[in-house]
Design a protein around this ligand. Structure first.
Ligand code: NAD
Ligand code: UFG
Length: 342
């Protein structure tokens, strides 16, 4: 394992970035975070330092800002970049497409250009299973078709993948890894950092966790007539700590290489909405009563990964099961019912 790297995490104050910062520091690297706090807050930073046992260098900047990023790369010696920064709310992206294309694509392009100027050669990018669109074939493999995305958010992930792949083709110094995350949930087992969505959560786990604390009044299961074993949608939930460790392994893999490689990051197991609610009920020790509601527009019945390529090439495999994912989510939510202090 290559240690003592100095890694720039764009969007590193966010949910996945904060957990990855901790795992990088635990593996012996230093972390620089660039985040404009559009979906996160400063109070995560001391907690990252506390868990990682090292200081974090923080830049409150917009990754789309050319001069600000130039200044960062001039001041800091950076060995590699992990690019988390981006807007990620699917319904918002349908309402405000240009905001999503501008933020998510300009940040990626600006980053690649500044990296080339400052001779920073390695990038790991946060992509998503959403790039596969509505595939009928499961599990999803990396060589299956991508790009038929059903919303602007998904298109920004697909387009960023294309931009990074083309840049790696054109610049033989560049080594890039695209990680297609499935459904990240859970929290660091300390319960000190976790997912803290603003407003009403869109995603299942943060909603269920807030319902369990009493912060949400009702729990709705969207759709019970899907062609699945219990009629509710099936997803490949992945513990955020396993996902964070996948980034450490991805850096270890790409440093010293060039080109662009893509990996699914999931467990390979699918759980239905009802199975997740049941696992969470056990984790929090109370029965969670739900109501069925209409299907959510754009939801596909089933989505899970073939994670075999990551195991073969990165030596990475998810280790934490659904029980652990729910227990760790609950510890974070119970200890921080209103999220981070803002
Ligand atoms: P998050 O919103 O918690 O973190 C993203 C961070 O990026 C936030 O701290 C935000 O303030 C910052 N940011 C956004 N635009 C920025 C900009 N222009 N300049 C600087 N900072 C900016 O989201 P997350 O769940 O941690 O996701 C991280 C990445 O992983 C995102 O790119 C997301 O699209 C991708 N992803 C997430 C999921 C998921 O379910 N959470 C699934 C697949 C892919
Ligand atoms: N769901 C409910 N009730 C809720 C919230 C969600 O029943 O209160 C259901 C959804 O309808 C879906 C399942 O729970 O069937 C999972 O929903 P999530 O929103 O947690 O996850 P998705 O798979 O829909 O979304 C994720 C990422 C997106 C990404 C998408 C496609 O969060 O960023 O996968 O890959 F675009």
């Amino acid at each position: 394992m290559k240690t003592d790297l100095r890694v720039l995490l764009t969007g590193g104050a966010g949910y996945i970035g904060s957990h990855t910062a901790v795992e990088l520091m635990r593996a012996g690297s230093d972390v620089v975070i660039a985040d404009n706090l559009v979906n996160s807050c400063m109070s995560v930073l001391p907690r990252i330092e506390e868990l990682g046992g090292r200081p974090v260098t923080f830049y409150n900047i917009d990754v789309c800002d050319k001069d600000a990023l130039d200044d960062l790369f001039t001041k800091e010696h950076i060995d590699a970049v992990i690019h988390f920064a981006g807007l990620k709310c699917v319904p918002e992206s349908v309402k405000l497409p240009t905001l999503y294309y501008r933020n998510n694509l300009t940040s990626t392009i600006n980053l690649l250009e500044r990296m080339a100027e400052h001779d920073v050669r390695y990038i790991v990018f946060s992509s998503s299973a959403t790039v596969y669109g509505e595939s009928d074939t499961m599990p999803l493999r990396e060589d299956m078709p991508t790009g038929a995305c059903t919303n602007p958010y998904g298109m920004t992930k697909h387009m960023s993948e294309v931009i990074i792949r083309d840049t790696a083709k054109a610049d033989e110094r560049l080594g890039a890894v695209l990680l297609r995350y499935f459904n990240p949930i859970g929290a660091d087992e300390s319960g000190r950092i976790g997912e803290d969505p603003q407003g009403i959560p869109n995603n299942l786990l943060p909603y269920v966790a807030q319902f369990a604390t009493g912060r949400r009044e009702k729990l709705f299961v969207n759709g019970n007539d899907y062609p699945t074993r219990d009629g509710t949608c099936i997803r490949d939930y992945i513990h955020v700590t396993d996902l964070a460790i996948a980034h450490v392994k991805a850096l270890d893999y790409i440093i010293g290489k060039s080109g662009c490689e893509v990996f699914n990051i999931g467990t390979g197991n699918g759980y239905s909405v009802l199975e997740v609610i049941d696992a969470f009920s056990k984790a929090c020790g109370k029965e969670l009563k739900y109501e069925f509601a209409p299907r959510r527009a754009g939801d596909i019945p089933t989505c899970y990964a073939d994670p075999g390529k990551a195991e073969r090439l990165l030596g990475w495999k998810a280790e934490r099961d659904i029980k652990r994912m729910c227990e760790d989510t609950w510890r974070w939510q119970f200890n921080n019912p209103m999220g981070y202090e803002k």
